[in-house]
Design a protein around this ligand. Sequence first.
Ligand SMILES: *[C@@H]1O[C@H](CO)[C@@H](O)[C@H](O)[C@H]1NC(C)=O
Length: 340
Amino acid sequence: MATHHSSAFLFAILACAYVLSALAAHDLADQAMVEKHEQWMAKYGRVYRDAAEKARRFEVFKANVAFIESVNAGNHKFWLEANRFADLTDDEFRTTQTGYKPASKGRTTTGFRYANVSLDDVPASIDWRTKGAVTPIKDQGQCGCCWAFSAVASMEGIVKLSTGKLISLSEQELVDCDVNGMDQGCSGGLMDNAFDFIIDNGGLTTESNYPYTASDGTCNSNKASNDAASIKGYEDVPTNHETSLRKAVAKQPVSVAVDGGDSHFRFYKGGVLSGTCGTELDHGIAAVGYGVASDGTKYWLMKNSWGTSWGEDGYIRMERDIADEEGLCGLAMQPSYPTA
Ligand SMILES: *[C@@H]1O[C@H](CO)[C@@H](O)[C@H](O)[C@H]1NC(C)=O
């Protein structure tokens, strides 16, 4: 009887101790997260309006960090980090950091000049950076004009390949001046529409002549008329066909749309992104190469416009030739390139 009582008593103590220690662990975890948030705020120079805003941001940060840590705990070919986007909700992120408006009426394909390129003539890997056809990584800041950066990146590539000159060209000219069609500066646009504008305008001026401000502005027609480079046209890569995309990227950098709002893409830090990713196209980037990683994983080399601290010095490697024909994060859905 005595034994029975004492074990019941012991159980009560243990149960209580368990609850207490669980609470303590929870507090400790929260405290650790608070510290993590403070360190992150210091690192990225984040200042909040007031305590309420900070408390709200903390909850978002906490959820994002939990996601990042759970992905990193898995056995993946890539890893994520709590980068400067870690206190933004999905909606806030898509609004301010992406800006691709998918071609709603479908694309008007103008022919694919690389259709008959033999795969025997396509190299096993290519990196247009090593051929001087890629300008340094740029940063769109808090302006949804990825479409301008993506269009400019592939244009810089074809200009280099056709003239021998690598010229950093102006995204701001597109943001300010390409406003009479579907493109809407920081509120989003489409690379093919940007190419249409550039063709009609007779070209684009340089980055240094018409520098980036990360905000919508009035078109400076003096600057905009001072063209530094031009394109003759553009073509769409056949939809959902990574082999066609490889033929094109073997020949020149290509503008690509992806689901950049997917958290795997958003928080990417390194390795070859693979596995889960959405196909809600909302972000424009540029394919500037492809290759095979040391473990045999085939990848696309993509130039992004979120600064050099994001990803692999501003670039991302994304798994290539996956079973899903849309490509990882939808990368094979709407690629296109300018022609010279
Ligand atoms: C590809 O080859 C076919 C058959 O010879 C030809 O009809 C077509 O015009 C070629 N396409 C291109 C883009 O050269």
